[in-house]
Ligand binder design. Structure first.
Ligand code: ADP
Length: 595
């Protein structure tokens, strides 16, 4: 990390120098931006008007005073024209002073700050060493008035001692990653790191907010080296009527139409009596790889692990990792003398990677006694398989394996989805089944499961990278009741979710879990909250599939896409834009607002 930090410093030194010594044009540009924000006219016009007013008023008054002196007229006797000229002079003077004067003062202040930074950096004094003793002088938090105003927060004047720490970070004398530990104030550490990044890169990053976030909540758990946070809108689809319960599903997304489309699917499901789900399996996997001198030795361990007689011993060792981890089985595969051992375990309400990894490490340590020639290459040998498309997850499952189904009534297909059962079934066969087969899909026999999975994952603090396998889904559509009604199902073998651990404990994500009634650990029945969340994900996917397929079947995709997914009012321009990404899904009928 240090090496990388120094590399960045090196690369950014020119930019940093630019920042320390802004050229006059840079200063003028900065002043234009600040003052221009408050003015109704373009800044150069306003400047011109006030400068002209100032010059004209001054010239007129000077001429009048010269005449008065020559004619011995008292100076304080003024006419209307002179009064107007005096007023114009004062007004233009105030404008010019506040415009150029403030910029001038700002430039002096900032350059003196920079000089200090430069001096501290070159003196080599470890500024952070002095920081804790005088910490109380530095405001731990920005004033509340600055909350929600990232630009203002970014330009807030930094206490002198923080400026010195920034300079040391920029100079590579203090590693950025020790700031939290040394200062004992996560918000302050983030602010200092952010300022260092700003100086190194010469980029303002104003749009990235700093205040309004609890940096202590992510320390050692969610994100290292924080400098701010990204804002994402959260929309609500629902109610999703699932297993007799109503869920309002939070979706964090920047894809226009996605929430509206899922909402329409929810409506169709609810008007048809709701969806039902079943959890087929619940177990997280981790597969270490070990190398042996010979394939024969690797096979001996494989036989040992797969022998039912040894399961109790292995479980006892594995389960020591957590009171929630319960070993379910070990599946082995070999590649030459390498053995891949896929351990599967229940993990309560946690997604479970940490706890399974700990259990696996316990077992490896235990095995080393009987297999001293085992060379444990890695705690993960990719047979797990985490965050990569892999057939093993699609076939064997990982996390929660869920099937969700609904019967959509004929009239709902017509009224809400604006299509008919036959078209939907035909489309699903040709697109989601045959089309995906042609594409060589791996778990991708669906229209856009990952859209819904990812949006819910982000909103509820799941690991978004696990969207890869969590979005595996086969969507099935069949006509039933003599072809009048539609049976739809989604089968998702590897939904990896938790309601404790990771990002689930952060304020926003926790609020979204609470909305679904699955926040935190389920004390009565550990694991129930996480399983319920997995069924909601599958239910959301069911709604999303239903709505998109309907939009495609009705041939209204482009029309509603243009209506709801383009900020441009110019349809010819909008139509000329690349359609491939956005045509993956849409609300369909142009009536997505109706409930
Ligand atoms: P993960 O294994 O998903 O990475 P963590 O290990 O970060 O999750 O979080 C799980 C932690 O939460 C464990 O320390 C576990 O003891 C604790 N915990 C508390 N209640 C539960 C529960 N109901 N299910 C699972 N873990 C729980």
């Amino acid at each position: 990390m240090e090496v990388r930090g120094r590399g960045v410093v090196g690369q950014g030194s020119a930019a940093a120098a630019r920042h320390r010594h802004p050229s006059p044009s840079h200063r003028a540009a900065a002043a234009r931006v600040q003052a221009g924000d408050a003015l109704p006219l373009p800044i150069r016009h306003t400047n011109l008007i006030f400068s002209a007013l100032f010059a004209a008023s001054l010239a007129y008054l000077m001429r009048r005073w010269r005449e008065k002196i020559r004619s011995s007229t008292p100076l304080h006797v003024v006419g209307l024209a002179e009064m107007l000229a005096i007023f114009g002079l004062i007004a233009s003077l105030i404008y010019l002073l506040s415009f150029f004067g403030i910029a001038f003062v700002q430039s002096i202040v900032s350059s003196s700050d920079d000089d200090e930074d430069f001096l501290v950096g070159s003196s080599g004094a470890p500024a952070a060493a002095a920081a804790p003793s005088s910490r109380q002088q530095a405001p731990a938090q920005a004033p509340c008035a600055l909350l929600g105003s990232p630009a203002a927060a970014a330009h807030e004047k930094m206490p002198e001692e923080d400026g010195e720490i920034v300079a040391s970070v920029v100079a590579g004398k203090i590693p950025s990653y020790v700031l939290e530990t040394r200062l004992g104030d996560c918000r302050r550490a983030a602010g200092i790191r952010r300022e260092a990044v700003r100086r190194i890169t010469g980029r303002e990053i104003d749009g990235l907010p700093l205040d309004g976030f609890d940096y202590a909540s992510i320390l050692g758990q969610c994100c290292e080296l924080p400098v701010g946070y990204v804002q994402l809108p959260v929309g609500i689809a629902g109610p999703l009527l699932l297993d007799g319960q109503r869920f309002y599903v939070p979706m964090a997304t920047t894809e226009g139409c996605l929430v509206a489309s899922t909402n329409r699917g929810c409506k169709a499901i609810a008007e048809s009596g709701g969806a039902t789900s079943v959890v087929l399996r619940d177990g997280m996997t981790r597969a270490p790889v070990a190398r042996f001198p010979t394939a024969r030795r690797a096979a001996e361990l494989k036989a040992f692990l797969e022998d039912p007689a040894n399961f109790d011993t292995l479980s006892m060792v594995f389960n020591r990792s957590s009171r929630f981890a319960r070993l379910q089985g070990v599946q082995c595969a070999m590649a030459g003398r390498n053995l891949y051992m896929r351990f599967s375990s229940s993990t309560g309400d946690a997604m479970g990677m940490n706890m399974v990894s700990k259990g696996v490490q316990n077992v490896l340590d235990f095995l080393q006694d009987d297999f001293p020639d085992m060379d444990a290459i890695s705690i993960s040998g990719n047979f797990c398989s985490d965050k990569k498309p892999a057939a093993v997850n699609w076939i064997e499952g990982r996390g929660k394996s869920v099937v969700c189904e609904a019967v959509i009534k004929e009239e709902v297909v017509k009224k809400v989805l604006k299509t008919n059962v036959q078209s939907l079934v035909e489309l699903n066969t040709i697109k989601n089944l045959a089309g995906s087969a042609i594409a060589g899909a791996l778990g991708g026999f669906n229209a856009h499961a990952s859209n819904i999975v990812t949006a819910i994952f982000i909103a509820t603090g799941q690991d978004p990278a696990q969207n890869v396998e969590s979005s595996h889904c086969i969507t099935m559509l069949e006509p039933i009741n003599d072809g009048k009604d539609l049976h739809i199902s989604v089968t998702m073998p590897s939904i990896e979710v938790g309601t404790v651990g990771g990002g689930t404990q952060l304020a926003s994500q926790s609020a979204c879990l609470d909305l679904l009634g699955v926040k935190g650990a389920n004390r009565d029945s550990p694991g129930s909250n996480a399983r319920l969340l997995a069924t909601v994900v599958a239910g959301g996917v069911l709604a999303g599939e239903l709505s998109l397929l309907s939009a495609l079947a009705a041939g209204q995709l482009v029309k509603s896409h243009m209506k709801y997914n383009r900020s441009s009012k110019d349809m010819s321009k909008a139509l000329a834009m690349k359609p491939s990404r956005d045509l993956g899904w849409c609300s369909g009928n142009g009536q997505v607002r109706t409930q």
